[in-house]
Write a protein that binds this ligand. Sequence first.
Ligand code: SF4
Ligand code: SF4
Length: 379
Amino acid sequence: MGFSERETLVVDANAPGAIVSALNRAGFEVIGPTVESGSVVYGPISTGENLPRGFTDTQEPGHYRLNPHADGSYFGYVVGPHSWKRYLHPPAVRLFAARREGKGFALEAQPQEAPPRAFFGVRPCELAAIARQDRIFLGGAQPDPTYRTNREGAFLVAVQCGRAGGTCFCASMGTGPRAAAGFDLALTELSDGGRHEFVVEIGSPRGRDILAKVPHRLATEDDLNAAAAVTARAQAGMGRSLEAEGLPKALLAGLESPRWETTAARCLSCANCTMVCPTCFCTTVEDTTDLTGDHAERWRRWDSCFTLDFSYIHGGAVRRTTASRYRQWLTHKFATWFEQFGESGCVGCGRCITWCPAGIDVTEEARAFRTGSAPKERT
Ligand code: SF4
Ligand code: SF4
């Protein structure tokens, strides 16, 4: 659906704050971008003042810098180390507690409740990542109750991207830089030539209700063209791409390639890539008891295919080398995820490239296998 076919309005430069206030008044806890420790992260915001206005970022393999930007735009940066999965699929969840009672234990189920939340500033690749996690956590016969509670009723305010980050490759993955669906509201920031306004696409009836509380006017043809030019600029400026065609076959044909060892020689097995990835979903389960032995808890925590213990089964870990763990990650993301979920496990957000301390670039690794420059077998 193009800009002209959706109900589209224009709001002024104060609108981000006004939308945050309207969401607060409607009972939502608003989570949005904010600056912490030199990067854009997601956290509770209560006013437009909390947004990282006048910032832009530089991202390259293994490199992130947040810099001031003179134009005063609200969304001059792209995605940082956080993704929305920390709110939908939290890093640590208590599954249940148990209390000693006589000779047995009484189980206390974990209450499934979450405040109604609005996610403000969701980028198109992140909407795509949420859709992938919806399939993982809600698509099977046993929906995950924690994810379902957090996801149900979440209000999504998307922001269409006006510039590509140095590690973004969403255009080649078909997930950005413009989102066509999956949001309640979508903002496109127009901040060129002395103009500072937002074109807002309405994605749902409750999106319309929130925007009704913010001063607005109907978008003109010129506004729609200006908004289309914003995302076209981001697409034209995207320096990275990943060619997915033929990649699953090439990766699976190269399971014995020496390329895995070459990459593993750089990889620290630190798991950063999986922690920042908005689609990675692996977890481990830990049981704890207090010193009296009267109280026990079971927790689910994020885990990673890069940890040695993740593949531990009776007798030891089955993926003992970094090469085998890197291979597991890359082949799952770009090959076997298709078998499991019918699509790629990657949305092209670029986080794993930026936040890899060794600067390992998945687009380069994938290209090596797809073009045949990664030998298939050890010689
Ligand atoms: S694999 Fe990398 S680029 Fe793809 S979604 Fe995960 S973090 Fe983003
Ligand atoms: S690929 Fe990079 S981020 Fe991922 S485990 Fe290896 S060193 Fe860490």
